[in-house]
Design a protein around this ligand. Structure first.
Ligand code: HEM
Length: 404
């Protein structure tokens, strides 16, 4: 049975996904709330590219009236064209691949520091936590740096990020944002950036917020709210996802030591391996759309105005797309297309940033500790119907590696 809240499903959703793909590719979920779920690669690929039929404007979960519950104007990820197209063009002109690439040296230094910290923990007889001590702090550091949060304020930034991502880990329920325990932290963050954005507009630096306030396309500019909305989506959508890509990668490699050895011996394979990690264990397992008209798929009619979940995590293991060995890790697999970052107009705008972070993380980690692994018996997963990742993931193999 497909129940995204079931702990057994969350522990291993893949057999259920396979059954859905084979027997019930247009699944009707008769719960409260009721919704539909697509599970085959080709169906999801086509649906998310067809924004006129599958709209993002009613939110991305199966909860009804998500945006009303939030009481906030929709951010980029919850807009349809043409408004989405204009906003995306403006954001892309400030958030460029060049700006991201320029982070590499700072990022590498940070990654080395984190590895050294884990080595100290191991040397003192403790167990470093790969997720908490390594994968998770990395995107928090990068985003704070990119946004130009002054060093003096960085200690405040971490708890804000945790508050925002905990809401996702707990099921993405918008009500948690307005009444949950993280509300105070999120309100503080809101206040902080509400002041920082106009300050940067008045007195720009070389950070991303300044670049976004200056971005211009066809005579249009981003409002302070647009920038604030992007900052929120960037933190909510870019942090845990990236951290979990790194953690999942290490866990997957620990399940196949020959491939771990191969990657450690040939780091040029890392960029391809990252796509394979994302394909097999996607940080984003499912997100929803709402039908704007009735749709018939495989002989089943989905009426207009219904929430339809796109099971990206299932699509990425579809044998129809990836062949009979779709469940197997192959760091050299040819992956012409996948849905780890979605596709179409909402294709992840931060994919280059995520890939840079994960590449540097694996280059440094495998160089220093080619036998790094994880203790799955003592690990704990987040309990989310939409994302897949870790709360804690004790590391192994940190004491026996080659030292730099
Ligand atoms: C491994 C890491 C990441 C994964 C797996 C991921 C995944 C995704 C997915 C699946 C979507 C499409 C959402 C939809 O279907 O509606 C998306 C959109 C988005 N992502 Fe990422 N993401 C990652 C990292 C990042 C980072 C680092 C950022 C930082 C800027 C980011 C910012 C965004 C934004 C702003 C959107 C919305 C784009 C739009 O609506 O046009 N993501 N991401």
């Amino acid at each position: 049975m497909y129940d995204p809240f079931d702990p057994a499903f969350q522990a291993d959703p893949y057999p259920v996904y396979r059954r859905l793909r084979d027997e019930d590719p247009v699944h009707r979920h008769d719960g409260a709330p009721a919704y539909w779920a697509l599970s085959r690669f080709a169906d999801i690929w086509d649906a998310v590219r067809d924004t006129a039929t599958f709209s993002s404007a009613q939110g991305l979960t199966f909860y009804p009236d998500e945006i009303g519950e939030l009481g906030l104007a929709p951010t980029i990820v919850m807009l349809d064209p043409p408004r989405h197209t204009r906003l995306r063009r403006l954001i892309s002109s400030g958030f460029t691949p060049r700006r991201v690439a320029a982070l590499e040296d700072r990022l590498r230094a940070f990654v080395r520091d984190r590895i050294a910290a884990m080595e100290r923990t191991a040397a003192d007889g403790g167990t470093p936590d790969l997720h908490l001590d390594f994968s998770s702090p990395l995107p928090t550091f990068v985003v704070a740096h990119l946004l130009g949060v002054p060093e003096a304020d960085r200690h405040r930034f971490g708890p804000w990020v945790s508050a925002l991502t905990t809401f996702q880990d707990d099921g993405f329920d918008a009500r948690a944002l307005t009444s949950g325990p993280g509300v105070a932290a999120i309100a503080e963050m809101f206040g902080y950036f509400s002041e920082l954005i106009p300050a940067r507009r008045a007195d720009p630096g070389d950070d991303l917020i300044s670049a976004l306030t200056a971005a211009e396309a066809d005579g249009e500019r981003l409002t302070d709210w647009d920038v604030l909305g992007f900052v929120f989506v960037m933190i909510a959508g870019g942090n845990d996802t990236t951290g979990n890509l790194i953690s999942h990668g290490v866990a997957l490699l620990d399940g196949d030591h020959a491939q771990r050895e191969r990657l450690a011996a040939d780091p040029s394979l890392i960029p391809n391996a990252l796509l394979e990690f994302l394909r097999l264990e996607g940080s984003v397992q499912s997100l929803g759309r709402t039908t704007t008209r009735p749709v018939v798929l495989h002989g089943v009619e989905i009426p207009a105005g219904e929430k339809v979940m796109m099971l990206y995590g299932s699509a990425n293991r579809d044998e129809r797309e990836f062949g009979p060995e779709a469940d197997r890790l192959d760091v050299t697999r040819d992956i012409p297309r996948h849905l780890g970052f979605a596709t179409g107009p909402h294709f992840c705008i931060g994919s280059h940033l995520a890939k840079l972070q994960a590449r540097v993380a694996f280059e440094e980690l495998l160089r220093a500790h080619p036998r790094v692994g994880v203790d799955l018996d003592r690990a704990e997963r987040i309990a989310s119907p939409f994302t897949r990742g870790w709360r804690t993931l004790p590391a192994t193999g940190m004491g026996t590696g080659r030292r730099r």
